[in-house]
Design a protein around this ligand. Structure first.
Ligand SMILES: C[S@@+](CC[C@H](N)C(=O)[O-])C[C@H]1O[C@@H](n2cnc3c(N)ncnc32)[C@H](O)[C@@H]1O
Length: 305
């Protein structure tokens, strides 16, 4: 994949050549994806075509939150470490690295990124992107429910990952991530917010079908490589979209966030929203909540003689 001319600090590309990344995912997915259907190709391929979903909604908000959390730390700490707890492609790494790079070139040099995912495809994409952009980056393949790390970190970012877990696992996965933090560490969670009305669900389904067609057209026109033979491609795409539609909304109200944080031993430090409306305001808004959580202060245990 090529990033020639793609500067990490560029506020449009964030250093990513999305067609090259999607086409690299098309090569990697058949080797490494196991049961991901075309998900790890679909995400960068959709982004290459300009489909606004997920990071497309809150990328700039994440940048300002990361700058706010980490900016002051570079004044006092030699090194800063960031964990990406789940990453579909290079998008989240590019976003976080862009945020750090916008602080200073020195901040980039002093930052270590660790990308975790069940699947090796996005990990390979991230390692290649990091090498091209000169980022210090490591990867860890495994389940976020039980992955552990050696050195405590400053920030764990969980972008759209909680909906991959059953209700009873969500507290466990956030608790596990909390165990990776330095005492002053933070967890940043981003997810779609509020329940969808029937009209919104129907619109989302139509959007996804349209996107599926655009992806197929782009493959046919040779703009994008397909990760699988064309006969299986349409069925695989339908399956990937169906699975995605079935995943829950995690936060329907603010109480859901506060409860999850409390159950995991965290306090909500702040939360904000990112929203995008398309179709001249005729289509339902895409709204995400971005929450910064911090560990509850542990009680000082005084020693008795
Ligand atoms: C982080 S989420 C959502 C995508 C995110 N919005 C982004 O742009 O990167 C998707 C990733 O979570 C990974 N994933 C799902 N369940 C997981 C688990 N139990 N442990 C680790 N990674 C997981 C999937 O393989 C996928 O790459």
């Amino acid at each position: 994949m090529s990033v020639i001319g793609k500067d990490l600090r560029d506020p449009d590309s964030f250093g990513e050549d999305l067609f090259a990344i999607a086409n690299r995912a098309a090569e990697l997915a058949p080797i490494y994806c196991q049961g991901c259907a075309s998900y790890h190709w679909r995400i960068p391929a959709q982004r290459a075509l300009g489909v606004i979903e997920s990071l497309g909604v809150d990328r700039y908000k994440l940048v300002s939150e990361v700058r706010e959390i980490l900016g002051p730390r570079y004044l006092t700490a030699d090194e800063i470490s960031i964990v990406l707890a789940g990453s579909a492609d290079t998008g989240l790494l590019a976003t976080l690295a862009h945020a750090v790079a916008s602080l200073s070139a020195d901040a980039v040099r002093r930052t270590t990124f660790l990308v975790m995912d069940l699947c090796a495809t996005p990990l390979h994409l991230c390692m290649e992107f990091a090498a091209q952009q000169g980022l210090v980056c490591d990867v860890r393949q495994g389940n976020l429910l039980n992955l552990s790390i050696e050195q405590p970190v400053d920030l764990v970012v969980m972008h759209g990952i909680l909906r991959f877990f059953q209700l009873n696992e969500r507290t466990m996965v956030v608790r596990n991530a909390t165990s990776w933090l330095k005492p002053q560490g933070r967890i940043m969670i981003s997810n779609s917010f509020e329940a969808m009305s029937d009209r919104e669900s129907a619109q989302k389904r139509r959007d996804k079908e349209l996107t599926q067609q655009r992806l197929a057209d782009a493959v046919e026109q040779g703009l994008l490589k397909s990760p699988s033979a064309m006969e299986g491609f349409a069925a695989e795409m339908r399956h990937s979209v169906k699975v995605s539609m079935q995943r829950d909304r995690i936060f329907l109200t603010l109480s859901d966030l506060i409860n999850l944080a409390g159950n995991a031993g965290l306090i909500v430090q702040n939360c904000s929203f990112a929203q995008i409306s398309e179709g001249d305001g005729k289509l339902p808004e895409k709204k995400r909540i971005i929450a910064v959580l911090r560990p509850e202060p542990t009680e000082q245990v005084s020693q008795k003689n």
